[in-house]
Write a protein that binds this ligand. Structure first.
Ligand code: FES
Length: 155
C-alpha cells in the first residue's frame, strides 16, 4: 500500500462515526483493528486529527504492548493465557503452537503465514482454553489439535 493510500485509509477510519470520547488510545485501537498495525503515517494523522503532538501519540502507542508497528502475517493466532485458560491448559497450548511454528515467543512465523499473540482474556472463559484465529474464537482447544489447526490456518 502506498504512503498516500495508507493516509487516505487512516483518515477514512478516523472520520468514521464513533460513540463516546475520541482519544489517542481510541484512535490507535481503531487503526489497529482496521489495518492490523500502526504505520508511521497513522501516528502523524492521529496527531493532526486530535490536534496534538506526534510525541504524544507515540508515547501512548509505545506504552501499550498490544500495538504492533509492522504489518502482521496473513493469519493472526491469539492464544489466551488469562487465568481460566491458564488453569485449563493454556501453557501447554502456547508451547505447542510455538514449537509447531518454530518460535521462541509470540511473534511472526518465518514464512509470514502466522502471527502469534498472547491475549489476557478472549472473553469466552467458559470454553477455556480459548484461541482466536483471524478474530474467530475457538474453545476447548486440545494440544492434540495444534498440528491440524496450524496446517489449516497456514494452508
Ligand atoms: S481467560 Fe481465556 S477466555 Fe477468558
Amino acid at each position: 500500500m502506498s504512503e498516500q493510500k495508507i493516509k487516505d485509509e487512516i483518515n477514512k477510519i478516523l472520520s468514521s462515526p464513533t460513540d463516546g470520547t475520541v482519544t489517542v488510545l481510541s484512535c490507535l485501537l481503531l487503526v489497529q483493528d482496521e489495518i492490523g498495525y500502526i504505520p508511521d503515517e497513522a501516528v502523524e494523522e492521529i496527531a493532526s486529527f486530535l490536534k496534538t503532538s506526534i510525541n504524544e501519540v507515540w508515547g501512548v502507542a509505545t506504552f501499550y504492548t498490544n500495538f504492533r508497528f509492522t504489518p502482521p502475517c496473513k493469519n493472526i493466532l491469539e492464544v489466551c493465557w488469562g487465568p481460566t485458560c491458564h488453569l485449563k491448559g493454556a501453557p501447554d497450548l502456547i508451547s505447542g503452537f510455538l514449537d509447531k511454528l518454530n518460535l521462541e515467543e509470540e511473534g511472526d512465523s518465518k514464512d509470514k503465514d502466522v502471527s502469534v499473540r498472547y491475549n489476557t482474556c478472549l472473553g469466552a472463559c467458559q470454553q477455556a482454553p480459548v484461541i482466536s484465529i483471524n478474530h474467530s474464537l475457538r474453545g476447548n482447544v486440545k494440544v492434540s489439535e495444534i498440528s491440524n489447526i496450524i496446517d489449516f490456518v497456514a494452508d
